[in-house]
Design a protein. Structure first.
Length: 294
């Protein structure tokens, strides 16, 4: 489950591709299909947003799956297919959007890994297209410094607290050598022992797809990620940027010592992120297959 959780923080890029309409509600499926949420929970191992992340590329458009930050990093598409099939079965027809399936799965995945829970507002519709170019433009890069990260999140309507809290999603999962190689060989704000450990599985050349965990407990939703940052053991440049003498240092320290504070803020930020420009009402569609438009 943990590796597939890596794309939780990529969810907001999908949400940025839609337009605003009606309000979402946690009770949206209470009458439409009360069996839907329990079905998702049974198979949960995935997360996302408006479903554009799930579309396979076609001749008409190149999808977000192939975007710089998602290519070879976003796991669990097959599990989402399983969830969709089961939800449609128990509901008798496609009434639950792929976007809502992903939103609920994100919450249930965090809970299954020992983390917090929150109320997911539902009623999203699925997008009918996806854009690699747009995804590349809004997805934060692993090489970003703090000002760039703050600006990136601000462009999505998210503040600095959201940035730090949602970055805490890296408390689970793995990253590829090609993503963190530059940091472990060239950074100065890195624990030497940590750098040496990571170089064992990430040589200067080759081994691009070799994996390393973001923190010592990659299958547990805890505060180890923030404890690592305080020790200059952040795996990505964008991770360590959160604790580098800047405005977010104090919040990182707080989260490293207080799991309750992290959990509360993470839940609030996930709700906030999930409400960024969702397709609702008559917009978009309810996809029959999460990988394809109807």
């Amino acid at each position: 489950m943990a590796p597939r959780f890596n794309f939780l923080l990529h969810a907001f890029l999908c949400l940025a591709l839609a337009t605003t309409s009606f309000s979402l509600s946690p009770k949206f499926y209470d009458n439409l299909c009360p069996q839907a949420l329990p079905a998702i929970k049974r198979i949960v191992e995935a997360a996302g947003c408006d479903g554009s992340l799930l579309l396979d590329s076609t001749s008409a458009f190149e999808t977000e799956k192939n975007a710089r930050g998602n290519f070879n990093s976003v796991r669990g598409f097959e599990v989402v297919d399983q969830i969709k099939a089961e939800v449609d079965r128990v509901c008798g027809r496609p009434v639950v959007s792929c976007a809502d399936i992903l939103a609920v799965a994100a919450r249930d995945s965090v809970l299954a890994l020992g983390g917090p829970t929150w109320k997911v507002r539902l009623g999203r519709r699925d997008s009918t297209t996806a854009s690699r170019a747009l995804a590349d433009s809004v997805l934060p890069s692993a090489s970003m410094d703090l000002p760039a990260l703050i600006s990136n999140f601000k462009n999505q309507g998210l503040n600095t607290r959201d940035l730090v809290a949602l970055s805490g999603g890296h408390t689970v999962g793995l990253s590829q050598c090609v993503i963190f190689r530059n940091r472990i060989y060239n950074a100065t704000n890195i624990d030497p022992t940590f750098a040496k450990e990571r170089r064992v599985t990430c040589p200067r050349t080759g081994g691009n797809t070799n994996l390393a965990p973001f923190d010592p407990t990659p299958a547990r939703f805890d505060t180890a990620y923030f404890k690592n940052l305080v020790k200059e053991r952040g795996l990505l440049t964008s991770d360590q940027a959160l604790f580098s003498g800047g405005s977010t240092d104090k919040l990182v320290e707080t989260y490293s010592k207080n799991s309750d504070a992290f959990w509360v803020d993470f839940g609030k930020s996930m709700i906030k992120m999930g409400n960024i420009k969702p397709l609702t009402g008559n917009q978009g569609q309810i996809r029959v297959n999460c990988r394809k438009v109807n």
